[in-house]
Design a protein. Structure first.
Length: 364
């Protein structure tokens, strides 16, 4: 499992893995591009995520050791919002439950420590010093290299036309070939609903267009060595961002909102909608006022579920088919553990870290 947002079929074929992709990663047709992703452990979306993200942390570290690459930047992450909000309270609660290092700061303390921020007096910051930034595109390339090293065959620019299961065996047809297998993993990002329907399964998935951008930074204020990654829950929306990494500028995106799309239709480029820049500038003007000059922007796709929780489960009717989908814009940090969970589901039908909250059955 190398991140969502493309056709990804892992086929166990006579003890050999075949991975079929609609595009060649990294690419801009999914949720993984844009160079960086935040990884945080005291999780504002709910403390039930924490064991899973801690397993992901272990596996990211293992990937760095195996590849001898630095894929994680320990910038720290500050989560900001009203102290009484569910987001902030979940962070505080999960930090206590799992003994995670979190420093709770008032608005003045945040400003004194990082002059690049400007917070309303009723906001607090929860700073996680051990969290930081994953190099998402480099991580995907590294997983792909390791997969090939261990014998996997990766087929790119190859679209799946049909999937069928008969007598416990899987048959895949692509544009130019057919494959037979004992087991199948589906992790197809915005195309997951289409592929699941080939297996008689209707999933409540909504692909959404999202935009993000880099803005000119004051390196003294916003450099990766002195400024943290951040997540803000504000009355105007939910925003996230990164310090200036390698001089690229401060990167900012809006997590909520977005337009529902058909992933097979051309994705509008950054700037083709006025709100692409406007939403981000409005946020920056209020909370990071020293950063207003746009460098460049990009677009990507989220694939949302109704409750914005993931789907990681076996197919209800086929024990040899595992599905991962609907990561709702906050899944990449987990993807190392998602890959392990999918392998475990195929091999034994269960995972050693509880993933019951991601069951397909919750939509029945």
């Amino acid at each position: 499992m190398n991140g969502n947002g493309c056709w990804l079929l892992s086929i166990k074929k006579w003890k050999k893995n075949v991975i079929i992709r609609l595009f060649c990663p990294p690419h801009n047709k999914g949720s993984h591009h844009g160079e960086t992703r935040i990884i945080r452990y005291a999780y504002g979306e709910g403390e039930e995520y924490v064991p899973f993200i801690l397993r992901a942390k272990e596996l990211w570290s293992d990937l760095e050791k195996r590849s001898r690459k630095q894929l994680f930047l320990r910038t720290g992450v500050i989560n900001v919002g009203e102290e009484t909000s569910d987001f902030i309270q979940n962070i505080i609660k999960s930090s206590k439950t799992y003994s995670l290092p979190v420093e709770i700061m008032n608005a003045k303390e945040v400003k004194d420590r990082w002059p690049g921020f400007s917070l309303p007096s009723n906001y607090v910051g929860c700073f996680e010093p051990t969290s930081g930034v994953l190099k998402c595109e480099e991580s995907i390339q590294t997983y792909q290299e390791l997969a090939e090293y261990y014998g996997a065959t990766i087929l790119t620019n190859s679209r799946v036309k049909s999937v069928s299961i008969s007598n416990g065996k899987v048959k895949i047809k692509t544009d130019d070939n057919s494959y037979h297998s004992e087991a199948l993993v589906v992790a197809a990002g915005a195309w997951s609903g289409e592929l699941a329907s080939m297996l008689g399964l209707e999933l409540p998935l909504t692909p959404v267009r999202k935009s993000f951008a880099w803005f000119q930074a004051d390196e003294k204020l916003h450099h990766q060595n002195t400024f943290p990654a951040f997540a803000f829950e504000t009355s105007q929306g939910i925003y996230y961002g990164f310090p200036s990494i390698d001089g690229a500028g401060v990167k900012v995106g809006r997590h909520d909102g977005g337009d529902s799309i058909n992933p097979d239709v051309r994705l509008l480029a950054f700037g083709e909608k006025e709100t692409d820049k406007g939403d981000l500038v409005q946020f920056l003007n209020e909370y990071i006022p020293n950063v207003l000059q746009l460098n460049y922007g990009k677009t990507c796709m989220y694939t949302r579920t109704p409750d914005e929780k993931f789907i990681i489960d076996l197919h209800p009717n086929y024990s040899n088919v595992a599905i991962a989908a609907g990561f709702s814009g906050h899944g990449f940090k987990f993807s190392s553990a998602v890959g392990q969970a999918l392998s475990n589901l195929i091999i034994s039908g269960k995972n050693d870290v509880d993933i019951s909250q991601f069951s397909i059955k919750r939509f029945n």
